[in-house]
Design a protein around this ligand. Structure first.
Ligand SMILES: C[S@@+](CC[C@H](N)C(=O)[O-])C[C@H]1O[C@@H](n2cnc3c(N)ncnc32)[C@H](O)[C@@H]1O
Length: 422
């Protein structure tokens, strides 16, 4: 079946039409004419597989990775980086217009990643039988991968070494997670399908097999809900990140921004919003290890961070002391509980950096009726961002600025910063 691609949509696919019904095709570019096969027919659209490119876009480039289109990690390697940014900007704009009901949204700045490859400081390697690698596209099938162009160098050593150490392990793990800080301190998690009591290799062996940069290792049990339970650890399970003059401790179970070239840019953009006026009380919901809280603390009277992950809160408290920042407090709380703090603290501004699911209506409603005059919303999902922004603007907030910061080159993911003011 022949299809002309109109544009790319959120999720990485191209939109075309088959008998007036929308169809979605991966690994294409706008303007291309392609041969497709229908994989699934839904009520209002078709899911298609790309069979052949009949008329190629002049923008199309050769992907660098031999696994591209097989591995689930990348969507855009056939697109030059500049064009990827343009496509993401258009999608963000269109989503804010359609779902967010913002008339002609203006994205005032696009911040590219200094490197479009080798940027990731974190990976999750999947293991099953002889297979060591990542999930196949749109599947839970694991494919063998021995190199990933998105990963920091030491993480590729872990990827290659994992295959090598398997015969030395008494039981086979189902996943190996690795995180390497910008100080080249590497933390590795071995995830098992059940409880194990001992791990047969020491740090010396793990360093020889996986990477000299390893500082510590954690042994975990994977739970049916997808989370992990820490069983025991070996070595030091804290890594350190330095961004300008702030040092962040990040424990093996805490979140840290994944693109090592963009952390500083993200911090700078958020801090910028607190320079023109001295805000009295700020709440940073979803604060992690204090990545945004601590740099912003210097420009405001008081700031409070709220975070549900207990390890991240411990790190955040440690980081507050480590950097001698006094006007900051961190609370371990679900954001829905943190809503209560809005009444207690009467904040004049908030930072919101939620997971992909976005904000609950509860938080938005509370912010809307509170004393808060400024919202800085860092989002990794334009659809939930647009849904949430609409609820803010309906209640009297105005969108002041939208910036896009590309955290995930070669993939469809879109990160942005929106500033709203009452
Ligand atoms: C996108 S990260 C942002 C972290 C931090 N702002 C940063 O820049 O590193 C989202 C954070 O929200 C936390 N989180 C997820 N769900 C939460 C909830 N319901 N309540 C509070 N924190 C939550 C996660 O543990 C994670 O640290």
């Amino acid at each position: 079946m022949e299809v002309k691609i109109e544009k790319l949509v959120y999720g990485g696919k191209g939109l075309g039409r088959i008998n007036d019904k929308a169809c979605f095709v991966p690994y294409v570019l706008p303007g291309e004419i392609v041969e497709v096969e229908i994989k699934k027919e839904k009520k209002s659209f078709f899911e298609c597989e790309l069979k052949e490119i009949l008329e190629k876009s002049p923008d199309r480039i050769e992907p660098v990775c031999k696994y591209f289109t097989y591995c689930g990690g990348c969507d855009y390697q056939h697109i030059p980086y500049e064009k990827q940014l343009q496509i993401k900007k258009d999608i963000l704009k269109e989503t804010l217009q359609r779902i967010g009901k913002i008339e002609n949204p203006h994205i005032e700045k696009v911040i590219p990643s200094q490197e479009p490859f080798y940027y990731r400081n974190r990976t999750q390697i999947k293991i099953k039988g002889e297979r060591v690698g990542f999930y196949k596209k749109e599947s839970k099938e694991i494919i063998n991968i021995d190199y990933c162009y998105l990963l920091k160098e030491d993480l590729n050593h872990v990827l290659q070494g994992t295959r090598e150490i398997l015969p030395y392990l008494t039981f086979q793990p189902v996943e190996v997670h690795a995180y390497s800080s910008n100080q080249d301190e590497l933390l590795v998690k071995f995830v098992y399908p059940r409880r194990i009591k001992r791990f047969p290799l020491g740090l010396k062996h793990l360093r020889s097999f996986l990477s000299e940069n390893i500082k510590g290792v954690g042994i975990y049990r994977g739970k049916p809900d997808g989370t992990t339970e820490r069983l025991f650890t070996i070595g030091n399970i804290f890594a350190y990140e330095k961004v300008q003059d702030i040092t962040f401790r990040v424990s093996i179970d805490s979140f840290f921004q994944v693109n090592r070239f963009q952390v500083e840019n993200l911090i700078n953009e958020v801090v910028e919003e607190f320079k023109e006026k001295k805000y009295k009380n700020v709440i940073d919901f979803y604060c992690g290890v204090g990545t945004l809280t601590l740099p912003v603390a210097r420009y405001v009277e008081n700031i409070v961070g709220i975070e549900s992950n207990p390890y991240a809160v411990q790190d955040a408290n440690h980081n507050r002391k480590l950097n001698n920042i006094k006007n900051t407090k961190f609370y371990r709380m679900e954001s829905k509980e943190g809503v209560k703090l809005i009444d207690q603290l009467n904040p004049d501004a908030v930072i919101l950096d939620p997971p992909r699911t976005g904000l609950s209506k509860q938080i938005i409603d509370k912010i809307n009726i509170s004393s808060i005059e400024k919202v800085v919303y860092v989002s990794c999902n334009p659809s939930t961002l647009a849904r949430d922004i609409n609820l803010f603007t309906e209640a009297g907030f105005e969108v002041k600025k939208i910036k896009m910061i590309d955290m995930f080159p070669q993939t469809y993911h879109i990160e942005s910063i929106t500033v709203l003011e009452k």
